[in-house]
Design a protein around this ligand. Structure first.
Ligand code: BTN
Length: 308
């Protein structure tokens, strides 16, 4: 971390004024140097207020400005409003942006869901797309979605004690209500994956249940708001670590362990057909294996799954 990032981190963790003396001792540089770094931060738009007692950040604790993401900030593309983070990420990915570039928006005017649905993107939710360049065979590209769902659900369980389960293929449910949806878009050159863009819409401090009875948010479950920045950082840490050391069989095993679909009667709809059966397993590529009423098995690789 450079001195500016360290100063930001210290100010960010403090809810009161931090004196120049404390900052200078923590960084091991003079108070004049601290003052120069603070001036640089203010010039780049960081809201630091100076007073005779020291320095303080005057930000909304739930803001998503790139400067608060430390070492990652160069790879965070932030929008107050955008049509869809998927569109901006597609352009960046085709332009050769670094892996794990993130497009993040406060609001989306044309947020997209799976199967050509729209995704309501009110203020307070977390809406982002991450660019992944997996070094794995094309057939494993679908597992990247499952991996994202596993890591987000794991974070919700470990950090917020939310009982999050995975619905095939990659919805995250709490008590059968949707808290997170995931959309992915892949581009390939021949049999080589160029990039997979994974878009997550997580209900955090918004109230989706007002007009979507099948949805729920973290704030409505916990009874208080939570900082979205903390969720995004936690997710990216877990997801990047997994992708650096990607084991397809492990993803499938973890999905099996965390899912709420297997064992249930389900209906899977694709654009072409509807299949009813009991969900019995996922295969090595993430396809859902159904036991049909005639005793045969059928694997579906995409579609909308409804728990019956
Ligand atoms: C679904 O459950 O149908 C998937 C929803 C995915 C929504 C996210 S929000 C961020 C990204 N941008 C979009 O337009 N969609 C995804």
């Amino acid at each position: 971390m450079n001195p500016k990032q360290t100063i930001l981190e210290i100010l960010n963790q403090s809810d009161r004024v931090v004196s120049g003396e404390v900052l200078s001792a923590r960084l091991g540089i003079s108070r004049v140097s601290i003052w120069k770094h603070i001036k640089g931060l203010v010039q780049s738009g960081v809201p630091v207020v100076s007073s005779p007692k020291g320095y303080r950040l005057t930000h909304d604790p739930d803001h998503l400005q790139p400067w608060a993401f430390g070492d990652r900030q160069e790879r965070i593309h932030y929008f107050e409003d955008t049509a869809s983070t998927m569109d901006a990420a597609a352009l960046l990915a085709r332009d050769g942006c670094p892996e794990y570039t993130v497009v993040l928006a406060q609001r989306q005017t044309r947020g997209r869901g799976r199967m050509q649905r729209s995704w309501t993107s009110d203020e307070g939710g977390l809406y982002f797309t991450v660019v992944v360049r997996p070094d794995s065979p094309l057939m494993h590209a679908g597992l990247v979605n499952l991996a994202a769902a596993i890591d987000m659900a794991g974070l919700l369980r470990s950090r917020y004690r939310i009982d999050a389960g995975l619905k095939w293929p990659n919805d995250i449910l709490v008590d059968e209500k949707k808290i997170c949806g995931i959309l992915s878009q892949m581009e390939a050159e021949g049999d080589q994956v160029a990039h997979v863009n994974i878009g997550l819409g997580l209900n955090v401090n918004n109230r989706p249940e007002i007009d979507q009875p099948g949805a729920v948010s973290i704030q409505s479950l916990l009874g208080h708001p939570v900082p979205r920045r903390e969720i995004l950082t936690g997710f990216l840490e877990a997801f990047e670590a997994r992708m650096h050391d990607f084991h397809a069989p492990l993803v499938v095993d973890q999905w099996r362990a965390d899912n709420v679909t297997l064992g249930k009667p389900v209906r899977v709809s694709t654009v072409k057909e509807t299949v009813d059966g009991t969900a019995v397993d996922v295969d090595a590529n993430g396809g859902l294996v159904l036991a049909l009423s005639d005793g045969s098995h059928r694997t579906v690789v995409h579609g909308d799954c409804f728990h019956q």
